[in-house]
Design a protein around this ligand. Structure first.
Ligand code: ARG
Length: 256
């Protein structure tokens, strides 16, 4: 009997550790105590995040996080990394938050804690202006440029397309203009921004997917995320988020 109780006890302790030790996210009070929020971002994604002439990260999400941090009473510290390292860096506790035009998916929700969704985006197809590709249906058998670790990569590989993967969106676009790939699949507002004034490429009307964006945290940050959600609710309701999009000439779609 004693043996069974001891066994049960150790199984229980293991289970507690499994849940508890996996939670790497900082709590609200830990972040307030630290006085800062460390935010991992891949600044190749205008108008959400990109680098200005002084290599500072600027964009829609920077403005949103600046307000969020001000309301939390902490300093935002932006850390520039490749997109495919953002979610793992947050999950491991290396960064407190992930800010990278991150689409919320069921798969990502399994190991990431998301804030509420603050906008709705879509994946679009970009081709050369003289391309015969006019819609999704024309993509079979073609080579597609995507950014590594993105929903575009996941969607396109699910469709069986041949992928050419790039760490940064600017390189994916370059592959298209240099004729190394037939198309580039990327988020709509970033496509619009990176193709602005470029007559050599066009964005097709047909959307591949629609996906909402949110900010990413590690499990363990539940009370922090709850507080941030209240702030985001306010910023959506009072039109602040919309006005930030307006400032960047970006059409705002509210998530359902
Ligand atoms: N929305 C897409 C995703 O979540 C692409 C995001 C890319 N972000 C970036 N900063 N490069 O996979």
């Amino acid at each position: 009997m004693k043996k069974i109780t001891a066994l049960l006890l150790s199984v229980l302790m293991l289970a507690v550790c499994f849940v508890g030790c996996g939670a790497k996210g900082k709590t609200l009070s830990e972040v307030k105590e630290a006085g800062k929020l460390t935010i991992a971002t891949s600044p190749d994604f205008p108008p959400f995040e990109n680098l200005d002439a002084d290599k500072n990260v600027v964009g829609i999400e920077v403005e949103i996080m600046n307000i969020v941090c001000e309301k939390l009473g902490v300093k935002p510290v932006f850390e520039q990394i490749n997109f495919d390292a953002v979610l793992t860096g947050v999950q491991s506790g290396k960064y407190d938050c992930g800010m990278s035009g991150i689409s919320v998916t069921d798969k990502r929700k399994e190991n990431t804690l998301f804030t509420k969704e603050y906008c709705l985006a879509a994946q679009v197809i970009v081709v050369k202006s003289d391309s015969a590709i006019a819609a999704k249906a024309d993509l079979s058998g073609k080579t597609i440029a995507v950014q590594t670790g993105t929903t575009a990569a996941e969607f396109c590989s699910g469709q069986g397309y041949t992928l050419s993967q790039y760490e940064a969106n600017q390189d994916a676009k370059l592959a298209l203009t240099q004729g190394k790939v037939d198309a580039w699949v990327v988020d709509d507002l970033t496509a619009a921004e990176l193709c602005k004034g470029d007559n050599g490429v066009k964005i097709l009307d047909e959307k591949m997917t629609t996906e909402p964006y949110a900010f990413a945290f590690a499990f363990g940050s539940e009370d922090l995320v709850e507080e941030i959600n209240k702030i985001l609710d306010e910023l959506i309701a009072d039109g602040t988020i919309k006005s930030i999009f307006d400032k960047y000439d970006a059409p705002y779609t509210k998530p359902e």
